[in-house]
Design a protein around this ligand. Structure first.
Ligand code: 5GP
Length: 234
């Protein structure tokens, strides 16, 4: 298979009209200024993503997910990635508490959706529909559709994790264009979400970003929840 993209934590191979996404053990933060390898991280992210994509599909949300080739390789539809990072926030944390006068931990009355341009060289700057259109990366109608899907994803994730006493603080989604449809693409994992337990302790990449504790233990906790609860009864 031909390698078509090597990102900070995943490598993508082309296989006919599908892709195979390999989840590596690399972990990075702060535009990859901080970079390490944590053995087993790729496995947990691959498995968590697979189960969460299955959960979305069960809830009639279309994703790029086809199945797993092995423990760390996901087979997916070959989409055209919309170069936007779609951030959904339920509780203030991370960059929003630096950019705006809002304290970490504040629960939003309704979800807050932000769009960043997917561009490391420019540090993924925030953009609105006008900028997206001017740059030719998306348009108002597509961004509105993306927004509506992102809100549905949020409802599914929030209610699933609430049953397990986990708060979905925020997360990042990417979307792919595929045969005139928008599919949820990329990954949904502890690298791309903030999950807090009942004591508001992180179970996600903030463990790594801010040296808050055992990174793999947090990732495993989320993996245990999703693998024991999704797709086991059907
Ligand atoms: P923040 O804007 O606070 O850095 O991130 C908000 C949420 O989106 C967090 O759950 C974070 O993990 C995710 N996120 C934002 N940007 C990126 C990114 O470039 N890569 C990854 N993996 N996650 C991101």
């Amino acid at each position: 298979m031909k390698e078509i993209y090597k990102g900070k934590a995943k490598t993508v191979y082309e296989d006919g009209n599908e892709v195979v996404i390999e989840f590596r053990d690399d972990i990075t933060a702060f535009d990859a200024v901080k970079h390490n390898q944590i053995k087993g991280k790729g496995f947990y992210n691959a498995q968590t993503s697979a189960k969460l994509f299955e959960l979305l599909e069960k809830n009639n949300i279309k994703t790029h997910y086809i199945g797993m080739d092995d423990d760390i390789r996901m087979r997916a539809k070959h989409v055209e990635i919309v170069p936007l990072e779609v951030i959904v926030r339920n509780i203030a944390a991370g960059s929003i508490t630096k950019s705006y006068p809002i304290k970490e931990g504040k629960e939003f009355e309704k979800p807050v959706i932000l769009f960043d341009l997917k561009n490391d060289a420019y540090h993924d700057p925030l953009l609105n529909e006008d900028v997206a259109e001017a740059l030719g990366v998306s348009n108002r109608e597509e961004m509105n559709d993306i927004r509506n899907i992102a809100l549905r994803v949020n409802e599914v994730l929030k209610s699933f994790f609430a049953e397990h006493k986990i708060k979905v603080v925020d997360f990042k989604l990417e979307f792919g264009r595929y045969k005139n449809e928008l599919l949820v693409a990329d990954e949904i994992s502890c690298d791309t979400c903030r999950f807090w337990n009942e004591k508001n302790e992180s179970l996600d990449k903030d463990l790594y970003r801010f040296d808050k504790g055992d990174v793999l233990a947090g990732y495993k906790r989320i993996y245990d929840i999703v693998t024991s609860s999704i797709g086991t009864q059907s």
